[in-house]
Structure formats: C-alpha cells, structure tokens
Ligand binder design. Structure first.
Ligand SMILES: NC(=O)c1ccc[n+]([C@@H]2O[C@H](COP(=O)([O-])OP(=O)(O)OC[C@H]3O[C@@H](n4cnc5c(N)ncnc54)[C@H](OP(=O)(O)O)[C@@H]3O)[C@@H](O)[C@H]2O)c1
Length: 251
C-alpha cells in the first residue's frame, strides 16, 4: 500500500530559489497556488515566507554532476505525490565570477577550473535536470524556462566571459531543446534579464541606467511575472523563444 499523500496542485521545480529572481519566482508561483520544489546549495531558511518550504526544498550543488544526479532522483521521488506530473522546470541558478571589486573576468585571465564550474552550473545542470525529468514534464505537459542574460549577446562591462558565453550557449540550447522536447508537448523558452536589482550586480551598475530606455533597473518581481507567463496556459503556443526583460536595453 502506498504511503504517498496525493497532491493536486500544479508543480514547479526551480533552481536558485534562495535569493534574487528565484526568490521572487517562488513567491509568485506560491501565490498562484502552485507547489514549488526549490533547489539550491543552502538549507531552507526558516524565515522564508511560504508554507511547506522545508519539505519541498532540495539541497544540491549544481556544480557537482553527481549531486545533480542525486537531486534528479530525489525530485522524481517527491513528484510521486502528484502522479509524477511536473508542470514547470525553471533553470534559474547561475554563477558569475568577477575579479576583485566586481570587474569583468576576461577570456585571457579566467582560470580553466572557473570556466568548468560556470559551464557546469549555468549550462550543463539545466540540460541534466531537463533530461532527468523528461517523463514527468511530458506527463504534466510542462514548460521549461532557461534563464539566460542580455550579456549572452554582447560584451558587458562587469559580466565575465565564461558567464556570458555560458548564457549564449544556454540560449542556443533552448532552441535545440524546443525542437527536441516539443513533440512530447513540453515547451522550452528562455528569458534574458538585463540589469535587475539583485546581489549579482556589480558596483557601478547604476551608471548604466542612462543606456536603458526605461531609465531604471528592473525588479525581481517583474522577471518572476514573465516566468509565470511562460509557465501558464497564456503562452501555450510560445516555444523556442528568448524574451528580453531589460527595459529596452537591447535596442
Ligand atoms: N540580476 C540580474 O541583473 C541578472 C541579469 C541577467 C541574468 N540574470 C540571471 O538570473 C538568474 C538569477 O540571478 P540572480 O541575480 O537572482 O542571482 P543570485 O541572487 O546570485 O542567486 C543565485 C541563485 O543560484 C543559486 N546557486 C548558485 N550556485 C549554485 C550551485 N552551485 N548549486 C545550486 N544553486 C546555486 C544560489 O543559491 P545558493 O547560494 O543557496 O546555492 C541562488 O539562489 C541567473 O541565471 C542570472 O544569471 C540575472
């Protein structure tokens, strides 16, 4: 006899939920009544404002391939409560190493071990999770959102080369995944934020505001709203896109 309690809520798996854009995304989906399974390196913090957090938090280091494998099997097990259906996977966690003082780490000086870590967290972990959860996403007619960046398409004063190229690769991967996952009813899109007010920003970002047509930084809730749109039925024919969330900075 199964001891698993049934759960009828829609379910999202979200990496990098502990801060910034991920944190705002948990709040958005929780507000809409979704079950949110969060993944990050830290333990669930008791002061987090949503119910049922600790049971639905998975501690994983995405820079460690073995740990990602373990997380996939743990997630699959926890999804049994709702018929192994997954409605959304949001690959949000990322690392962006900088030189001291927050400056750009260029292609000549970036140590090879950092290139490897950045690509593992920002690029390989998303495809490992998506492949590992393919069946659950298919059953839930799920939506995958890969969080890329404006720096995937241009040199940026603070974002390092490894970070920028990992985001460009993730955008290309989104296109390939949209083709491969689409026939299973799984949509795959990317969102590319510009300058959003979070801990990842370097000192001096405020000086870039003059180059942003809307003349302000973005808020994490504004990014979470677009992620929610891409995981909802409102975007049921959107597949293989990269949406810019940058106040027009890319123009
Ligand atoms: N902020 C911006 O302006 C901006 C602009 C463009 C794109 N983005 C993208 O938006 C996403 C979120 O950015 P953010 O600014 O909200 O980032 P953030 O505040 O730096 O948060 C990063 C999240 O990723 C998790 N994380 C980092 N390394 C991890 C690892 N090895 N294993 C598991 N989890 C890990 C962190 O949790 P733990 O520390 O608990 O592990 C944290 O929850 C990223 O993909 C970023 O590239 C942000």
């Amino acid at each position: 006899m199964s001891q698993i309690q049934s759960d009828e809520r829609k379910t999202i798996v979200l990496t990098g939920a502990s801060r910034g854009i991920g944190h705002a995304t948990v709040k958005r989906f929780s507000r809409e009544g979704w079950r949110v399974i969060t993944c990050s390196r830290q333990e669930f913090a008791d002061n987090c404002p949503w119910p049922a957090g600790p049971e639905d938090h998975i501690r994983v280091d995405l820079s460690d391939q073995e740990d990602v494998g373990y997380a996939v099997s743990e997630i699959r097990q926890r999804l049994q409560a709702n018929g192994s259906r997954l409605h959304a996977l949001v690959n949000n966690a990322a690392i962006s190493p900088k030189v001291e003082g927050g400056g750009r780490m260029d292609s000549i000086k970036t140590p090879m071990h950092l290139w490897r870590d950045v690509f593992q967290v920002n690029f390989f972990a998303p495809i490992m999770l998506a492949r590992g959860l393919f069946k659950e996403l298919q059953t839930g007619k799920g939506s995958i959102v890969n969080v890329t960046s404006i720096v995937g398409s241009r040199v940026h004063p603070f974002a390092g080369t490894a970070y920028a190229t990992s985001k460009a690769a993730l955008n290309s991967l989104t296109r390939e995944m949209a083709a491969d996952f689409g026939p299973a009813g799984i949509r795959v899109n990317a969102i590319a934020p510009g300058e959003i007010e979070t801990a990842i920003l370097s000192p001096g970002t405020e000086d870039m505001i003059d180059d942003i047509p809307l003349r302000r930084l973005g808020q994490t809730s504004e990014v979470a709203d677009v992620i929610y749109f891409l995981c909802s039925d409102q975007s049921s024919y959107v597949n293989g896109s990269e949406l810019h969330i940058n106040g027009g900075q890319h123009v």
